[in-house]
Design a binder for this molecule. Structure first.
Ligand SMILES: *Cc1c(COP(=O)(O)O)cnc(C)c1O
Length: 370
């Protein structure tokens, strides 16, 4: 089994970097999609110890699973609103739904009347991304009839940046202005606009709470600037065998990799069933003993062939494993080679890994004398 290493010290360092950057605004932790594939419980626990008290998931089901792992003073927001019939589950998980449309508001108001108390919620406005949130007309309708929110305790007014990862994008300032204008029409509440990218756009974007996700996990918050975050994830795959193949020999399904010189080909126990994009057929690389070994041929379900011709023989024999993500190859590099983003690389990782958690937990276990 391939080894997936998650460095909680790096995760916490990234949280602290963001928290320091956005202070006096607070930093939340976005742990949707099972903590971007790393394990929401483990990630949220580490972030809580680092001082994080606000967590975001996408779905009610995610909140129900995560809530028992969180202390009672942690707030758990559900980004995708209220699916009909999920009101009771949200209340049971002590979750704070993000109300994205008038129907969400109506559902949560009804749930509050059933509960016999005002229920907390975030209200999202669409400041220009056209994805989620109340339209300007819907905000105006609430401003004209605030009674719609009578049973709801609005604890956050939020929106989301379409181009937060591009520091130079004009759309950011336009969204910020629109957000402030719309938020002013709603009941006074703390405000939140920035994701990872927005956290690094300057104080004007921070509001009261920033919502970083990918940067916590080591991804570059902005594509047009260098990455200030520490890598959190490493993947090492076992080298099953290797062989020398003469010039003209095809490698892998479809024999799509053929060279005009002799090559040494190693086969890794890792494939698209583990989450490695098949798009990386004949693209990208692994690293063996720190030496780049390009992917040769198609990525199979359970195996990947790499060209280890440049790896010194004794190092290859001693290696046993190849690095797919780690010190030589970042999640952003893998994503770029695959024509996607680090978010998709991380959230595609499947359960077929041995997981090694290093950092926080390790120390804790040590202090417990285990
Ligand atoms: C996913 C998400 C985030 C986190 O975004 P990153 O780019 O990963 O920092 C923040 N806010 C909302 C509304 C999201 O959907």
């Amino acid at each position: 089994m391939a080894l997936l290493t998650i460095d909680l010290n790096a995760l916490v360092a990234n949280y602290r970097t963001i928290a320091a950057t956005v202070a006096p605004a607070r930093a939340a932790g976005v742990v949707k999609a099972d903590g971007y594939g790393l394990g929401a419980g483990i990630v949220a626990d580490a972030l809580y110890r680092a001082g994080c008290r606000d967590f975001f998931v996408a779905l009610t089901g995610e909140a129900s699973v995560l809530r028992p792992a969180l202390p009672a003073d942690a707030r758990l927001f559900v980004l995708n609103g209220i699916a009909p019939g999920e009101e009771a589950a949200l209340v049971a998980a002590d979750a704070v739904p993000v109300l994205n449309c008038p129907a969400d508001i109506a559902r949560w108001g009804a749930a509050a009347r059933i509960s016999g108390r005002r229920l907390p919620a975030a209200v999202q406005v669409d400041s220009g991304m056209s994805r989620l949130g109340l339209t300007p007309d819907e905000v105006a309708a609430i401003a004209a009839d605030p009674g719609q929110l009578a049973d709801i305790d609005v604890v956050l007014v939020m929106s989301h940046l379409a181009c937060g990862d591009v520091a130079g994008a004009d759309a950011n300032a336009a969204q910020r202005a629109r957000f402030e204008q719309l938020a002013a029409m709603l009941p006074p509440a703390p405000r939140s606009l920035a994701n990872s990218g927005g956290a690094f756009l300057g104080g004007g974007y921070h509001g009261d709470l920033v919502r970083p996700g990918i940067a916590l996990y080591g991804g570059a918050p902005q594509e047009d600037r260098s990455n200030p975050m520490q890598p959190v994830v490493a993947i090492d795959a076992r080298i099953v065998q290797w062989r020398d193949v003469p010039a003209g020999t095809g490698v892998g399904y479809g024999l799509t990799s053929v060279a005009d010189h002799d090559r040494r080909i190693a086969t890794l126990s890792y494939g698209y069933a583990d989450g490695w994009p098949r798009m990386l057929s004949n693209r990208g690389a692994a690293y063996v003993a720190g030496v780049r070994a390009p992917i040769a041929g198609r990525v199979s379900m359970d195996s990947i062939c790499i060209d280890v011709t440049d790896v010194p023989h004794d190092l290859l024999v001693a290696a046993g494993h190849a690095e797919l993500i780690g010190p030589h190859q970042s999640i952003d590099q893998v994503a770029a080679d695959a024509g996607t983003i680090a978010y998709e690389i991380l959230t595609s990782l499947r359960h077929r890994h041995a997981r090694r958690i290093v950092g926080l937990r390790e120390q804790e276990d040590a202090t417990c004398g285990s």
